[in-house]
Design a protein around this ligand. Structure first.
Ligand code: GDP
Length: 437
């Protein structure tokens, strides 16, 4: 059904042309069944993949066409998921005044956002759920949804997760969604969607796994990089151990991060600790290790430690040094490494990292998660022992929604999200985060 909608209303169709004309001229709704959700790309690739997945699910639930904006390299990374149409938002010309032209400049603030309109009283929702627009007294042609944690994501933005506010949004033909989060657990907690989502996903912990595998199809160059690296390094071993090391703060002492990784590997008994290079009776090397990190330093230390003990070797596909923006080759390497990690049998991931979430979700493997130290405070310098921060098995393979709303719209107060439903729990790596289990 979604595929048919994407094809009927997507770029290149008469319906799309008319919808853009109405958007640009500020005209209101026309009920031809074509409404749109534009996802505004920003942040790293892991964040983007989780946000696209969330946007897609929201588009399905609200019967909107999903269009992806701004990821200049999206076409280098992914094949089109919907047959006979494109999910990439066509860019209006440089001199166009279309709201679609301004999306990349949103950066978190607009009078045309749901939060700002609620704050200013331009739209109001009464206690019994009635929506009233004022100045002008009708739904606008478009609204921004600001669903990204941090500043600018306050009480009014979070009302997105209320049933009455969903009715309000249903009246707006174009929604522009700005998020870097996996908001799916929040959609399960949004009353008009709960029943449908529960029916759609009998296994609540498989949402990203199914959606991610449906939506993301790496392009041939990316897939070639994945399969050729896999064949030459990992395929021959019986047990592939993937270690994803993501360091968020420059001040983080590398030695402490390394200690945390090694203590996790030892504590979970993931690799042989004796020097006999293991192999099974058939001669297949028992273990191979895949390390992904922006730095080669960790890989070198892990190879020094385990190189002689794991017959399948220790491997790192790339060490990019630092995160880069708008660099297709860089993103292609990042994507191929997420897929390589997803082909491992066991995963050790860095808490808080969406890069790791994508890998574990695609893999359908519950990782051992290394917690991010208490914001890498002075504890490390004061000699905090990594053994005091053991890695923990994630409760499910689902990504963590880092900044959910705790507000129960019907009750009018905050609730403990850990206790609302049996299939939503706190994440082991992000204190306020929630995930499907
Ligand atoms: P997060 O910041 O860890 O949540 O993950 P994101 O994927 O959103 O952003 C981090 C970005 O840094 C990635 O998209 C890559 O561009 C880069 N990066 C981080 N870790 C690695 C890595 O292990 N390998 C490669 N190739 N790139 C990485």
């Amino acid at each position: 059904m979604q595929e048919a909608l994407q094809k009927r209303c997507g770029p290149g169709t008469a319906a799309y042309k008319e919808a853009v004309r109405r958007l640009d001229s500020g005209e209101g709704v026309v009920d031809d069944g074509c409404r749109y959700l534009v996802y505004i790309s920003y942040r790293g690739l892991g964040n983007r993949m989780l946000a696209i997945t969330s946007s897609f699910l929201y588009a399905v639930l609200t019967e909107r066409v999903l269009l992806v904006d701004g990821g200049s390299d999206a076409a280098d990374l992914f094949c089109e998921p919907f047959p006979g149409t494109t999910w990439l938002l066509p860019r209006p010309g440089w001199f166009s005044f279309s709201p679609l032209r301004r999306l990349q400049g949103y950066l978190g603030g607009s009078k045309q956002s749901l939060g700002d309109m609620l704050r200013s009283g331009a739209v109001a929702v009464s206690a019994d759920g009635n929506v009233s627009w004022s100045a002008p007294p009708r739904p606008p042609p478009y609204l921004y949804l600001h669903l990204s944690g941090g500043s600018g994501y306050g009480f009014h933005e979070k009302l997105f997760f209320c049933g009455a506010h969903q009715r309000l949004l249903g009246e707006v033909p174009w929604l522009f969604m700005w998020t870097d989060n996996y908001i799916v657990p929040g959609l399960f907690l949004t009353p008009p969607f709960t029943g449908e989502l529960e029916a759609m996903f009998p296994e609540k912990d498989a949402v990203f796994h199914h959606l991610g595998r449906y939506l993301f199809h790496p392009t041939n160059p990316v897939w070639h990089a994945v399969t050729s690296y896999y064949r030459s390094t990992l395929a021959g071993s019986a047990q592939r151990v993937g270690v994803q090391i993501r360091v968020f703060h420059k001040e983080q002492p590398p030695q402490a991060v390394l200690e945390q990784v090694l203590s996790c590997v030892r504590g979970e008994r993931l690799l042989p600790e004796t020097t006999t290079a293991g192999g099974n009776a058939s001669g297949t090397p028992s273990h191979a290790v895949l390390v992904t990190s922006l730095s080669s330093w960790y890989y070198e230390r892990i190879r020094d430690e385990y190189g002689g003990r794991v017959a399948g070797g220790v491997h790192q596909p790339s060490h990019e040094g630092r995160q880069r923006w708008r660099d297709a080759a860089h993103d292609m390497r990042a994507l191929s490494e997420m897929y390589l990690l997803s082909m491992c049998d066991v995963l050790v991931t860095s808490g808080y990292s969406t890069f790791g979430y994508v890998a574990q979700g695609l893999a359908w493997r519950r990782p051992c998660v290394m917690p991010r130290a208490p914001m890498w405070s002075d504890d490390w310098r004061e000699g905090l022992d990594p053994r005091d921060m053991p890695c923990r098995r994630a409760a499910s393979v689902e990504p963590c929604f880092h900044s959910p709303s705790a507000y129960d719209c019907a009750a009018g107060r905050d609730v403990d999200l850990d206790k609302v439903t049996p299939y939503i729990r706190r994440c082991v790596d992000v204190k306020c985060g929630i995930k499907l289990v």
